[in-house]
Design a protein around this ligand. Structure first.
Ligand SMILES: *Cc1c(COP(=O)(O)O)cnc(C)c1O
Length: 380
């Protein structure tokens, strides 16, 4: 069976983990944590970077940082992972779900202004498949209504947005805060792992405190205060340096990993474009002019749910594991009992019709040819 995903090891992970262990400092905020944070900051021009144990944790930190009060509203797409919503639900916020674009599972930027009320505090764009949301539109709206923007950049490492000013900026560097994931299903991995980038300097000091269980421990170790204590709310959001050591080996190979993944993505796309998209209304991934593709995911949009499910079965019969993706959160059992929302047609369409094909560094040419041929056969 060709798996849907297979975590890729660059070769140096165990070496660096051994080094971390051998150095004798394996709790959080050690040498490898700093190496990773510096790498990410220098490479992508993020604000302050803090590694976390997951993207979920980074989002939870963001929700604490913007001081959400019960009843505050946060706008995000319905077509996303539960963590995007949970982080804000944990602070008592009410989630307002936006529909997806017609041409892409990312949220419809033009629908956002109608969702803003006097209780709205934040907008959380999710860069689905690593493809940018239209950040100019979102940032302008946020500025007008005095809202925070927290990018869920879980899938978006090394992907970019070109705004009206013609400047190409890395995703995760644009919103006030941004959360990344290094879960084993993402491009750059550490098993579980994540990062919060703090692009708005007003949050820098407090982020570090929340990260270190509500203490000013980091400032103490820099010699900025003469004792450390409990100064704010917080939790244990920082990963062990063993995890950071693993991650550092991955980051050192970022360019290789990205070029390989983009090759695989392009091979799918070149094999399908002007072929299956000309029959039966199959849609191939769309990347708007303002965005880039970071080789995170290759998906197809089938013309119906039954066609999608038949394709999954057909591929399984050919020893290929393909999978659907998010079930719209506005229809989830948890959310539905709280508040009924109007229909979100596009989000439901992507829940019903989207299929993701195997996409991982070690996918062999031979296996990929087999996957491509099996999809072409299905549409013949
Ligand atoms: C993977 C993912 C998350 C969660 O990341 P973890 O590191 O597993 O917590 C959140 N949002 C999106 C859009 C994701 O793809």
């Amino acid at each position: 069976m060709i798996p849907f995903n297979k975590p890729y090891l660059t070769g140096k992970e165990m070496h660096y983990m051994y080094e971390a262990v051998y150095t004798g400092k394996i709790s959080g905020n050690g040498i490898f944590t700093k190496k990773c944070q510096n790498f990410l900051k220098n490479r992508f021009g993020f604000g302050k970077c803090l590694l976390t144990t997951s993207c979920t944790d980074a989002l939870e930190m963001a929700a604490i940082l913007i001081d959400l009060k019960p009843g505050d509203e946060v706008i995000m797409p319905s077509f996303t992972f539960v963590s995007t919503a949970n982080a804000f639900v944990l602070r008592g916020a009410k989630i307002i779900f936006a529909d997806s674009r017609k041409d892409h599972p990312g949220m419809d930027e033009d629908s956002l202004s109608s969702l803003i009320t006097d209780k709205t505090r934040a907008i959380v764009p999710v860069h689905y498949a690593g493809v940018a949301c239209d950040m100019d539109k979102i940032m302008e709206l946020a500025e007008k209504h005095n809202l925070y923007v927290i990018e869920d950049a879980a899938q978006a490492i090394d992907s970019y947005y070109t705004g009206k000013d013609g400047i190409k900026r890395p995703l995760g560097s644009i919103g006030h805060l941004a959360a990344f994931s290094f879960h084993e299903t993402k491009n750059i991995i550490s098993g579980e792992g994540g990062m919060l980038s703090i692009n708005d300097p007003q949050f820098e000091d407090r982020a570090e405190i929340i990260w270190e269980k509500g203490t000013n421990r980091s400032a103490f170790f820099r010699g900025e205060v003469d004792k450390y204590g409990w100064v704010d709310m917080g939790s244990s959001f920082l990963p062990s340096d063993i995890i950071a050591a693993f991650l550092y080996a991955q980051l050192e190979n970022l360019d290789d990993i990205q070029s390989k993944r983009k090759d695989i993505w392009n091979r799918y796309d070149n094999s399908f474009r002007n072929k299956i998209d000309l029959v039966g209304g199959v849609k191939l991934p769309f990347v708007p002019n303002f965005g880039t593709n970071n080789g995170h995911m290759y998906y197809l949009i089938c013309s119906s749910e039954s066609e999608r499910n038949q394709l999954i079965t057909h591929l399984k019969n050919n020893n290929i594991l393909s999978v659907f993706h998010y079930l719209s959160l506005h229809k989830s059992e948890f959310y539905f009992k709280e508040s009924k929302v109007k229909e979100l047609k596009e989000s439901d369409h992507f829940s019903d019709c989207l299929i993701r094909l195997p996409m991982f560094y070690e996918l062999s040419d031979l296996d990929q040819v087999h996957i491509i041929q099996s999809v072409l056969d299905f549409y013949k």
